[in-house]
Ligand binder design. Sequence first.
Ligand code: ATP
Ligand code: MG
Length: 495
Amino acid sequence: MEYLEFRNVGKAFPGVVALDGVSFTARAGKVVALLGENGAGKSTLLKILSADIKADTGKVVLSGKELSFSSTAQAINAGISVIYQERQLIPAMSVMENVFIGELPVKNGLVDFNRLFLDTKAIIDKFGLPIDPEATVMSLPVAYQQMVEIMKAYRRDCLVIAFDEPTAPLTDTEIDILFNIIRQLKEAGKIIIYVSHRIREIFQITDEIAVLKDGRLVKTLTTPETDQQELISAMVGRDIGDTYASLDRNGEPGSVVLEVDNLCTDAVDNVSFTLRAGEIVGFAGLVGAGRTEVARAIFGADRILSGEIRLGGGSVRFKTPRDAIKAGIALCPEDRKEQGLVLWASIRDNICMPVLHKLKKLIFLDGAAQDRLTQAAVEKYSIRTPSLWKRALELSGGNQQKVILGRWTSDEVATRVLILDEPTKGIDIGTKAEIYQLVCDFAKRGVGVIFISSELTEVINVADRIIVMHNGHITGEVARQDATEEKVLSLAMLS
Ligand SMILES: Nc1ncnc2c1ncn2[C@@H]1O[C@H](COP(=O)(O)OP(=O)(O)OP(=O)(O)O)[C@@H](O)[C@H]1O
Ligand SMILES: [Mg+2]
């Protein structure tokens, strides 16, 4: 039987041992989960598999044959496909061209579009997807773009397919579609590696689990024979208890701090709600429901067509995010790469960015104050880094997310309204619990918090009230005491 073996794989970056003698085997027809805290080395292992980076020690063996590639293209040709969150598609080209890229069918010296269409349609139908082969990739929702990548791997008959946090941008329905496909790949005898921070998914889709901690393989488990507690303590090294029940919450919210009245933008229609000081209001909904757009409009990032926003009783309309920040609104954006982080700047510069004007001593910046602020954020969010000067692009995905949170939640930023858009995306389960508590701490200090999340369990357990959106409208509101996943989901899918 075909198998993929990591044998004593090691990799160091300046100041960090990312992988330290990792050995395990993945077998055909099985899904192996790779689990571990932020910075544990999961993505690094996949990057070695796809020949994005080279291991310092050890080897990767496919059914007895040692793999040695000098480029990712060679790895793909040898049947290894790693699907990252950053799409490797050509957005302006059609689905069928992307699926068959590099091997477009040719007839009489020209691309045979008829065959291309039919061959692509056959794969789409096999997976039961509602995708038009001729649609351009950029016109598709993120979830389907990911499916296009899987179809590409399938078309190339890749034996090994690895997924790095594939469900982070997906909603529950889309996750079901993905899991159906993974099950089909499994039945077809593929070797599948699956990285995710969502424990529930690990139990739904995987057969075996390899747990990494600080670059070392600490445990391998058979999924049906383990449980959540065992997994978490292997991963975190301690028991974290019942995350939600143990939250120290703000008992009583204060007066209304933010009122939104009949807000209309290009993406949202007649949205009205209020937010009290010290209150956490959750926003639930499917991807594309308009939650991010509401946040952006309040923050002065998107154009408002009509409606009114009142902050502390006074009518406001911010022309730019800078004005919103000055008035005490902070927004942690969903897309850390596009809107949040300056990848080539240091952790310290990224974290201190909004408060630099306050850290001026005469005309120079107060370096010690910047260090203090950054160090505090690094500790608060357990950001895994050897130094404050490391560039953001050298951090693992989850640690980048923590830098963004650190930026907007430092004590120096005088925030009245804090908007968090998918704040725990890509964050490991131990740190998630800490972030929920930090959110509650903000509420206790009197900050009004808007908490946007696609993880239903999280939003209904952390927020005091949950506002549900569908298609640019608010379709309902539920108090935490009455909230169930079914209730929120049925409002989110309302048409
Ligand atoms: N290009 C790089 N340069 C320097 N350090 C790096 C680089 N890539 C990764 N690292 C470091 O290697 C370690 C492992 O990172 P990796 O991305 O593999 O973690 P991960 O398990 O995927 O974490 P996450 O759950 O946050 O995605 C981290 O400490 C990270 O900062
Ligand atoms: Mg990663």
